[in-house]
Design a protein around this ligand. Structure first.
Ligand SMILES: *[C@@H]1O[C@H](CO)[C@@H](O)[C@H](O)[C@H]1NC(C)=O
Length: 161
Protein backbone atom coordinates (compact mmCIF):
# COMPACT_ATOMS: atom_id res chain seq x y z
CA UNK A 1 0.00 0.00 0.00
CA UNK A 2 1.38 3.37 -0.97
CA UNK A 3 1.77 5.87 1.81
CA UNK A 4 -0.92 8.15 0.34
CA UNK A 5 -3.53 5.39 0.06
CA UNK A 6 -2.62 4.15 3.53
CA UNK A 7 -3.17 7.66 4.84
CA UNK A 8 -6.54 7.94 3.10
CA UNK A 9 -7.58 4.52 4.39
CA UNK A 10 -6.66 5.46 7.97
CA UNK A 11 -8.51 8.74 7.79
CA UNK A 12 -11.61 7.12 6.32
CA UNK A 13 -11.70 4.33 8.87
CA UNK A 14 -11.29 6.83 11.71
CA UNK A 15 -14.02 9.02 10.27
CA UNK A 16 -16.43 6.16 9.53
CA UNK A 17 -18.31 6.19 12.86
CA UNK A 18 -18.84 9.94 12.58
CA UNK A 19 -20.01 9.67 8.98
CA UNK A 20 -22.61 6.97 9.57
CA UNK A 21 -25.85 8.95 9.74
CA UNK A 22 -28.06 8.21 12.72
CA UNK A 23 -30.93 5.96 11.70
CA UNK A 24 -34.47 6.20 12.81
CA UNK A 25 -36.16 3.16 14.37
CA UNK A 26 -37.74 2.14 11.07
CA UNK A 27 -34.28 2.37 9.44
CA UNK A 28 -35.34 5.01 6.94
CA UNK A 29 -32.91 7.87 6.31
CA UNK A 30 -34.04 10.94 8.22
CA UNK A 31 -33.82 14.52 6.96
CA UNK A 32 -31.81 16.85 9.20
CA UNK A 33 -33.33 18.95 11.95
CA UNK A 34 -33.18 22.70 11.29
CA UNK A 35 -32.65 25.35 13.97
CA UNK A 36 -32.89 29.06 13.16
CA UNK A 37 -29.53 30.80 13.61
CA UNK A 38 -30.01 34.41 12.46
CA UNK A 39 -31.25 36.75 9.74
CA UNK A 40 -28.89 39.09 7.95
CA UNK A 41 -29.18 42.15 5.77
CA UNK A 42 -26.05 42.40 3.67
CA UNK A 43 -25.15 45.52 1.70
CA UNK A 44 -23.11 44.93 -1.45
CA UNK A 45 -20.73 47.35 -3.17
CA UNK A 46 -21.11 48.12 -6.88
CA UNK A 47 -20.13 44.97 -8.78
CA UNK A 48 -17.19 44.49 -11.12
CA UNK A 49 -17.86 42.52 -14.31
CA UNK A 50 -14.97 40.29 -15.32
CA UNK A 51 -16.91 38.99 -18.33
CA UNK A 52 -17.46 35.63 -19.90
CA UNK A 53 -14.49 33.45 -19.02
CA UNK A 54 -15.62 30.46 -21.07
CA UNK A 55 -17.00 28.88 -17.90
CA UNK A 56 -19.67 31.55 -17.49
CA UNK A 57 -20.12 35.20 -16.73
CA UNK A 58 -17.88 36.12 -13.80
CA UNK A 59 -18.80 38.97 -11.48
CA UNK A 60 -17.03 40.10 -8.30
CA UNK A 61 -18.83 42.07 -5.61
CA UNK A 62 -17.61 43.47 -2.30
CA UNK A 63 -19.64 43.12 0.88
CA UNK A 64 -19.63 46.59 2.39
CA UNK A 65 -21.67 46.28 5.58
CA UNK A 66 -24.88 45.04 7.11
CA UNK A 67 -26.44 43.61 10.24
CA UNK A 68 -27.41 40.19 11.58
CA UNK A 69 -29.66 39.15 14.42
CA UNK A 70 -30.67 35.84 15.96
CA UNK A 71 -31.44 34.21 19.33
CA UNK A 72 -27.76 33.41 20.12
CA UNK A 73 -25.79 36.03 18.19
CA UNK A 74 -26.24 39.49 16.72
CA UNK A 75 -24.04 42.27 15.43
CA UNK A 76 -22.79 43.87 12.26
CA UNK A 77 -21.21 42.76 9.01
CA UNK A 78 -17.80 44.35 8.49
CA UNK A 79 -16.73 43.32 4.98
CA UNK A 80 -16.11 40.51 2.57
CA UNK A 81 -16.21 39.37 -1.02
CA UNK A 82 -18.69 37.54 -3.23
CA UNK A 83 -17.68 35.96 -6.55
CA UNK A 84 -20.44 34.84 -8.85
CA UNK A 85 -20.53 32.74 -12.00
CA UNK A 86 -23.58 32.56 -14.22
CA UNK A 87 -23.83 30.00 -17.00
CA UNK A 88 -27.16 29.40 -18.73
CA UNK A 89 -29.76 28.75 -16.03
CA UNK A 90 -27.18 27.96 -13.35
CA UNK A 91 -25.97 30.71 -11.09
CA UNK A 92 -23.28 29.84 -8.57
CA UNK A 93 -21.65 32.08 -6.03
CA UNK A 94 -18.97 31.81 -3.36
CA UNK A 95 -18.59 34.28 -0.56
CA UNK A 96 -16.38 34.97 2.40
CA UNK A 97 -17.34 37.76 4.76
CA UNK A 98 -17.05 38.87 8.35
CA UNK A 99 -19.53 39.14 11.18
CA UNK A 100 -18.68 41.10 14.30
CA UNK A 101 -20.88 40.26 17.26
CA UNK A 102 -22.14 42.99 19.59
CA UNK A 103 -19.56 41.81 22.16
CA UNK A 104 -16.68 42.19 19.67
CA UNK A 105 -16.02 38.64 18.38
CA UNK A 106 -15.05 38.32 14.70
CA UNK A 107 -16.61 35.40 12.83
CA UNK A 108 -15.66 34.40 9.30
CA UNK A 109 -18.50 33.10 7.14
CA UNK A 110 -17.75 30.83 4.17
CA UNK A 111 -20.51 30.24 1.65
CA UNK A 112 -20.99 28.17 -1.47
CA UNK A 113 -24.24 28.76 -3.28
CA UNK A 114 -26.31 27.54 -6.14
CA UNK A 115 -28.53 30.60 -6.13
CA UNK A 116 -30.84 30.94 -4.24
CA UNK A 117 -29.62 28.14 -1.89
CA UNK A 118 -26.48 28.55 0.17
CA UNK A 119 -24.38 26.17 2.25
CA UNK A 120 -22.58 27.90 5.09
CA UNK A 121 -19.64 27.23 7.44
CA UNK A 122 -18.18 29.44 10.15
CA UNK A 123 -14.73 30.03 11.61
CA UNK A 124 -14.28 31.66 14.98
CA UNK A 125 -11.69 31.60 17.79
CA UNK A 126 -11.86 28.33 19.70
CA UNK A 127 -11.67 30.18 23.04
CA UNK A 128 -14.64 32.45 22.24
CA UNK A 129 -18.19 31.87 23.44
CA UNK A 130 -19.16 31.32 19.78
CA UNK A 131 -16.74 28.39 19.29
CA UNK A 132 -19.74 26.06 18.83
CA UNK A 133 -20.16 27.67 15.37
CA UNK A 134 -16.93 25.95 14.22
CA UNK A 135 -18.78 22.63 14.10
CA UNK A 136 -22.04 23.93 12.65
CA UNK A 137 -23.17 23.12 9.11
CA UNK A 138 -25.70 25.72 8.07
CA UNK A 139 -27.98 26.46 5.18
CA UNK A 140 -29.29 29.85 4.10
CA UNK A 141 -31.64 31.29 1.58
CA UNK A 142 -33.25 34.62 0.88
CA UNK A 143 -33.33 37.24 -1.79
CA UNK A 144 -32.28 40.64 -2.93
CA UNK A 145 -34.58 42.95 -0.99
CA UNK A 146 -33.38 46.18 -2.58
CA UNK A 147 -30.83 46.99 -5.23
CA UNK A 148 -27.55 45.77 -3.76
CA UNK A 149 -29.03 44.51 -0.50
CA UNK A 150 -29.38 40.83 0.34
CA UNK A 151 -31.76 39.60 2.97
CA UNK A 152 -30.90 36.06 4.15
CA UNK A 153 -32.09 33.60 6.81
CA UNK A 154 -29.62 31.08 8.24
CA UNK A 155 -30.49 27.65 9.66
CA UNK A 156 -28.31 25.14 11.45
CA UNK A 157 -28.62 21.58 10.10
CA UNK A 158 -28.16 18.74 12.57
CA UNK A 159 -28.98 15.04 12.69
CA UNK A 160 -32.22 14.04 14.42
CA UNK A 161 -31.78 12.42 17.82
C1 LIG B 1 -33.36 43.69 7.84
O1 LIG B 1 -34.17 44.63 7.19
C2 LIG B 1 -35.56 44.51 7.49
C3 LIG B 1 -36.31 45.47 6.60
O2 LIG B 1 -35.77 46.77 6.70
C4 LIG B 1 -35.75 44.76 8.98
O3 LIG B 1 -37.11 44.59 9.32
C5 LIG B 1 -34.91 43.76 9.78
O4 LIG B 1 -35.00 44.02 11.16
C6 LIG B 1 -33.46 43.85 9.35
N1 LIG B 1 -32.69 42.79 10.02
C7 LIG B 1 -31.54 43.01 10.63
C8 LIG B 1 -30.86 41.82 11.19
O5 LIG B 1 -31.04 44.13 10.73
Amino acid sequence: MKLSSFFLFSVLSLAAPALSAPRHKDNKPQPPKTTFLFSANITLSPFTLIGNTGFGERVVVGVSDGAFKGPKLAGKITGGLVTSLEHGDVHRADATYLLQTNDGTNIMVIEHAVIPYIEVLFEVAADSKYAWLNSVTAWATGDESDEGELSLNFWELAPRE
